[in-house]
Design a binder for this molecule. Structure first.
Ligand code: GUN
Length: 295
């Protein structure tokens, strides 16, 4: 079997067009969704992610308040900026790009964000609501994965999903979202990680494999059941002298070989990546509607 490749760019473009239309309607009612972006330091990958977020806001008609802080910014300075944004009615979502420099206490910063503006879904209140199945902001990458599956016609209900990776940003929230007793979830979930014995024994049982380990070639063809759906969340920079930048992007899945066994597969780039920012825009629009008493 050769898998159909899921076009994350196209699905994200459809959703962004829907959001842009919704933003226009909101603007007619005097509501302009706004996102506060904070980047501390000069990590190249983070800079490129934040640039992409700014551009996406602009294209969707969302106001963005962009803040670039020096790498030696103090905890107090950063907390002060978060507090200012908490109190700014033009800002409906606050995103502090991670990772933060080592002098910053990340947990303290995330805790300082008003949960009503926590469009990243990283605040413990948002995490708690997600685990309990209550309404709240869902973290963007796992929410994007669920949307990709649903919009590709994959049945999650009753499926055995094996997640490879247990990060706070992807693996743990995905497992929680997929086991919820509600439409678009109801999966049986296994979470594998670096201490899992015989990883392949688990992945071979899966109807849906989600690779979020952060290491190229973690999932190979021998680990996949015929006809399984394979979602690759990995974004790894692999040295490549033939590229101008000296590297190329690779996921966690051996794409070419796995493609011959799976029924559906996401590429890297162009799979999950475009969905992450789309879900950030979605959360920001939802937050603006909530602030306006529309939800
Ligand atoms: N760094 C890598 N992914 C993310 C994300 O989704 N949100 C934030 N704030 N930082 C990140």
């Amino acid at each position: 079997m050769t898998a159909q490749v899921i076009d994350g760019k196209a699905i994200a473009a459809t959703m962004r067009a829907e959001l842009k239309a919704e933003v226009e309607t909101l603007k007619d009612r005097g509501i302009v969704p706004g996102l506060g972006l904070i980047l501390v330091g000069d990590d190249a990958a983070s800079q490129s992610y934040v640039r992409a977020k700014e551009r996406a806001c602009e294209e969707a008609g969302i106001y963005s308040d962009d803040n670039r802080l020096a790498a030696d910014t103090s905890q107090d300075e950063l907390m002060g900026l978060v507090e200012r944004m908490n109190g700014d009615p033009k800002i409906h979502g606050i995103l502090v790009q991670l990772p933060l420099p080592k002098q910053i206490n990340e947990a303290e910063v995330l805790l300082a964000i008003d949960p009503a503006k926590d469009v990243d879904g990283f605040h413990p209140v948002s995490v708690g609501r997600m685990v309990l199945g209550q309404a709240g902001f869902l973290p963007c990458t796992p929410h994007g994965v669920v949307q990709l599956l649903l919009r590709s016609g994959v049945t999650i209900e009753g499926a055995h999903v094996v997640i490879v990776g247990r990060s706070n940003i992807v693996g743990k929230p995905l497992a929680n979202m997929l086991i919820q007793k509600k439409e678009g979830a109801n999966a049986t979930v296994t979470v594998c990680h670096t201490r899992t014995k015989d990883l392949a024994r688990h992945t071979r049982q899966a109807d849906i494999v989600i690779a979020a380990a952060g290491r190229p070639n973690t999932v190979t063809a021998d680990m996949i059941k015929d006809g399984a759906v394979v979602i690759d969340v990995g974004v790894n920079r692999v040295e490549d002298a033939t590229k101008k930048k000296g590297y190329r992007l690779a996921g966690d899945v051996d794409f070419e070989a796995v493609r011959e066994k799976a029924s559906l597969i996401t590429p890297v780039p162009g799979g999950v990546g475009p969905m992450t920012i789309t879900m950030l825009l979605y959360n920001t629009v939802e937050s603006a509607k909530m602030a306006a008493g529309m939800l």
